[in-house]
Design a protein around this ligand. Structure first.
Ligand code: PLP
Length: 261
């Protein structure tokens, strides 16, 4: 007997050979949230729990052919982008998303790994802002990424309110400003959308998570693919990452923890 086909989501992102972040985290997250995951690999990192030792951007022609392969065959309900590596890849992905118009597009503006390695060249930030972000239903910057997008620090309550407004003005439908890099015993993630701001509070877990941002954006895409509203998708995904981080483990010699999906 054939069982029913789950909804289908696509990640366009970088590969983490250590299996904690990137494409590998996205596919685990899709699976855990009950969707079938497709992947277009934009860059290959040589990486473990101690850090990134090399980055190889995938040639544009091969990113294009991966996109053609998946869009020609699958009913893709939601797309998530992660590490895109450079400006040319960012522009290509933006052109393809403009042309293919997925029902949902979640853009995680990945720039720098927790270990400090650059995952997006400096000159690609302009392409991200001008070309990709205006197409997104949701962007999910962490605090350093939001500061890089706006070109100024975000510290005070007033800074946060203004940042929410100015990030929304970049043209995405909604902005999830993640609070993991802020200080304090609580992590506050803030969702800015046309309804205003929704704050999600969780107790801060004292572990250094690896792949949390990738997992969050892909869990949101999975919930959207299953038919949730944006606010419901964000709530469920934030809770999911918190639970997965509470059960995280250290698979290698580095101090980072990877999520248990
Ligand atoms: N490696 C790849 C391929 C990624 O896409 C990401 C995602 O942000 C990272 C590493 C960084 O992960 P983290 O900052 O959680 O260590």
């Amino acid at each position: 007997m054939m069982s029913t086909t789950p909804p289908i989501a696509l990640t366009i992102a970088g590969s983490d050979s250590g299996g904690g972040a990137g494409i590998q985290a996205d596919l685990k997250s899709f699976h855990a949230r009950g969707v079938h995951g497709l992947s277009v690999i934009a860059a290959i990192t040589s990486q473990n729990t101690r850090g990134v030792t090399a980055v190889h951007p995938v040639p544009l022609a091969h990113i294009r052919s991966q996109l053609a392969a998946v869009f020609d065959d699958f009913p893709i309900a939601a797309v998530k982008t992660g590490m895109l590596g450079n400006a040319a890849i960012t522009r290509l992905v933006a052109r393809e998303m403009h042309r293919r118009k997925p029902a949902w597009l979640v853009v995680d503006p990945v720039m720098i790994a927790t270990s400090g390695s650059r995952l997006l060249t400096e000159d690609a930030i302009g392409a991200m802002v001008d070309k990709l972000i205006p197409l997104a239903d949701l962007i999910t910057p962490n605090l350093p990424e939001a500061e890089a997008l706006l070109g100024r620090p975000i510290r005070t309550a007033k800074d946060f309110a203004q940042a929410g407004e100015d990030l929304l003005a970049l043209g995405a439908g909604a902005v999830l400003l993640k609070g993991g890099h802020a200080k304090g015993g609580e992590v506050i993630d803030r969702l800015y959308d046309e309804q205003g701001v929704l704050e999600l509070h969780h107790p801060r877990l004292r572990v250094e998570g690896h792949g949390t941002g990738c997992t969050l954006a892909s869990a949101i895409a999975a919930e959207l693919a299953k038919g949730a509203s944006l606010r419901a998708a964000v709530r469920r995904a934030v809770d999911y990452v918190h639970r997965a981080l509470a059960q995280s483990y250290r698979p290698g010699g580095g101090k980072v923890h990877v999520l248990r999906h």
